[in-house]
Ligand binder design. Structure first.
Ligand code: ADP
Ligand code: MG
Ligand code: ZN
Length: 642
């Protein structure tokens, strides 16, 4: 279970123009126009009459005032209303009729003139006044154009540009934070002292640029913050601006990339222009990999490539265009520095790279202290203990934990946040919230043995992480969970530790085989984990005899199509080596569990009774002593629920 970053802000920004709504609005506008027209000038009722006998008859009887021929169709006005020949109840003065082609035109003309009928060129409708005509002709167009202008203005205002009109599309949407409003400082950033230390130099330069310029040193222009999500890159950038007390222009690279080619580049230009006017200042471009991905190869003809490239080029051009006395520093942040285009990293551009690592024990303690500053803590809260039980968690996780603990405390109506509020919040975060579902007795028994299998293998295998918690309460997609975690942060794993991980993950399924002789679908995520470790051991870490010291699999995140520098045959060998490795594990674990059947039975029984057991109870139930010196019964993080 990789730790997630609840605060990661890499989501794509919403489009400003509501496209599906647009059609609706246009239709609405047209309907409005039509309605208006009918209210202001309701069309006079018109009847369609047959040419003969009605029309000719009416002309002969002298009841036709005027007509207006339009091809074969003739519209006109009677002197007195004539009943509708189809619906006798209605009658109308205006009429319409068709003159058949075989009718004798000359005779008709003579008749009309004889009866003094006015023959005119404009249609009867033209009786409406000029305003109505205008509304009829231009109304829809005016409405639609007005709508577009309105929407463009709104989009402009939403971007903070303030200035309306379509031109604001090209304006940068960076948020500007001025020094007065800047409340985040280095005090709010904890546990990543090396990164902070490197940024102190940037702060110092922005505060005393002359000192550096006198000595002729080249000032850093771009600093790239690299680190996994949630380690505090965005926070660090804002804190840097806060410390330097300079305006801070913050934007996410994905905001530059719109569907329209050229907009991104225009926005970049605008952003740099604003920053230079406000200098000294900091420009922050978050999620830089959204535009800075290495060009060529990687993208498989994605449509937005052109736009990305233009935007990237514009950023490079702007950074190259800095005068030596420009006091604007560009900070970039990315989770994936390895995919960035090398042009971005050249001298004069993002040539400084600050790695923001996940915090160690000490760091986690400091971050806990920062985030509990504003919480009323009970004296029994041991932050050191919490820091020790959270290896693998990054700043964002810890911020989330503190918040969750405060919520738990509030729900329990505690006046202060207690230690147990923290441990329960932690359990909820790591294991997921319990799910209400009814399990048959057979399923419960199977789950108990499955989890006991993981746990017993974990307890008996040297090199495996101590078992911290075992539970058969369903959570998320899992029916049960066995949680193991190391005492300290582990930097690297040796061969034995990796094999132990595989064995522990295999333990659940093997226990089912040993006890029930049938198997179920319940081991899917275990299989994923086993396969993942085994493939990496063979293909990336050179840990198999068959393949040896050769990198066959791409690093995470690299394009798998590009890494096909290996032959099919070699990849086939990898598959075979992986299978052999997993099969050996199967043999080992089956023997281990068969030999320790009583431990398995007794732990499964206790689980069926208690549903959740902590470290001490679990080891005791299996007839073993818990490993000494470990963080007792607190649940711990560092993700191997199996
Ligand atoms: P990133 O940009 O690296 O993904 P963020 O800076 O957005 O991470 O971190 C999200 C939140 O997590 C921050 O707003 C802060 O509350 C907390 N956080 C992360 N790292 C730290 C840290 N080193 N010290 C204090 N708080 C942190
Ligand atoms: Mg971020
Ligand atoms: Zn399992």
């Amino acid at each position: 279970m990789p730790t997630k970053d609840p605060a990661d802000d890499g989501k794509p920004p919403g489009r400003r123009m509501p496209r599906p709504g647009l059609l609706l609005i246009i239709v609405g506008a047209l309907a409005l126009n039509w309605l208006l027209l009918n209210v202001i000038a309701p069309p006079a009722p018109t009847v369609t009459v047959p040419y003969s006998p009605t029309f000719v008859g009416q002309v002969k009887s002298g009841n036709v005032k005027r007509i207006s021929p339009l091809g074969e169709t003739v519209t006109g006005e009677f002197k007195k209303a004539v009943p509708n020949p189809e619906k006798k109840s209605e009658s109308a003065k205006n009429f319409e009729t068709e003159i058949p082609q075989f009718a004798n035109g000359d005779q008709l003309e003579a008749l009309l003139i004889g009866k003094g009928v006015v023959i005119e060129a404009r249609p009867i409708d033209a009786g409406r006044n000029i305003f109505v005509q205008l509304l009829l002709g231009f109304g829809p167009v005016v409405l639609i154009v007005g709508l577009f202008v309105y929407m463009a203005r709104r989009a402009g205002a939403a971007g903070g540009g303030g200035i309306g009109g379509l031109a604001s599309f090209a304006r940068s949407r960076a948020r500007r934070v001025d020094k007065g409003e800047q409340r985040i400082t280095f005090d709010d950033v904890a546990g990543i002292d090396e990164a902070k230390y490197e940024l102190l130099e940037v702060v110092d330069f922005l505060k005393n640029p002359e000192r550096y310029q006198v000595l002729g040193g080249r000032i850093p222009r771009g600093v790239l913050l690299a680190g996994q999500p949630g380690t505090g890159k965005t926070l660090l950038a804002r804190a840097t601006a806060g410390e330097a007390e300079v305006p801070f222009f913050s934007s996410s690279a994905s905001e530059f990339v719109e569907a329209i080619v050229g907009v991104g580049a225009a926005r970049v230009r605008d952003l740099f222009k604003q920053a230079k006017e406000a200098a000294p200042a900091i420009i922050f471009i978050d999620e830089l990999d959204a535009v800075g991905r290495s060009r060529g190869g990687a993208g498989f003809g994605s449509g937005s490539n052109d736009e990305r490239e233009q935007t990237l080029n514009q950023i490079l051009t702007e950074m190259d265009g800095f005068e030596s006395d420009t006091t604007v520093i560009v900070l970039g942040a990315t989770n994936r520095p390895e995919v960035l285009d090398s042009a971005l990293l050249r001298p004069g551009r993002f040539d400084r790279r600050v790695t923001v690592p996940p915090p160690d024990l000490e760091g986690r303690l400091e971050i806990l202290q920062v985030h509990t500053r504003s919480l009323p803590l009970d004296p029994d809260v041991r932050l050191e203990r919490l820091a020790a039980t959270t290896p693998g968690m990054v700043g964002a996780d810890i911020a989330n934990l503190c918040n969750e603990a405060a919520l738990v405390a509030a729900r329990r109506e505690h006046t202060r946040v207690m230690h147990e509020d923290f441990t329960d919040a932690l359990e909820k975060i790591i294991l997921g919230a319990p799910r209400k579902m009814v399990m048959s007795e057979e399923d419960r028994r199977r789950t108990a043995y499955h989890e006991a299998g993981h746990a017993v293998v974990g307890m008996l295998t040297t090199g495996a992480d101590p078992v911290r918690k075992v539970s058969i309460i369903p959570r998320g997609r899992a029916l049960g969970v066995t949680f193991s975690a190391p005492d300290n942060d582990r930097i690297s794993y040796d061969l034995a530790a990796l094999e132990a991980k595989i064995d522990v993950a295999y333990g659940g399924r093997v226990a089912e085989e040993v006890i029930f002789e049938t198997i179920t679908t319940g081991a899917e995520s275990d299989i994923e984990q086993v396969t993942g470790i085994a493939r990496a051991m063979v293909g990336r870490w050179g840990m198999s005899e068959e393949i040896g010291f050769v990198n066959v699999l791409p690093d995470d995140g690299a394009n798998p199509f590009l890494a096909a520098e290996t032959s099919d045959q070699l990849r086939h060998q990898v598959d075979m080596a992986v299978k052999a490795l997993v099969d050996r594990a199967h043999g080992r674990v089956t023997r281990l569990l068969a030999d320790n059947r009583e431990r398995l039975d007794s732990l499964a029984l206790v689980l069926l009774d208690k549903e959740t057991v902590d470290q001490d109870e679990a080891y005791e139930a299996a007839g073993m002593t818990p490993p000494s010196g470990s963080a007792a019964s607190a649940p711990s993080l560092a993700p191997t629920p199996t």
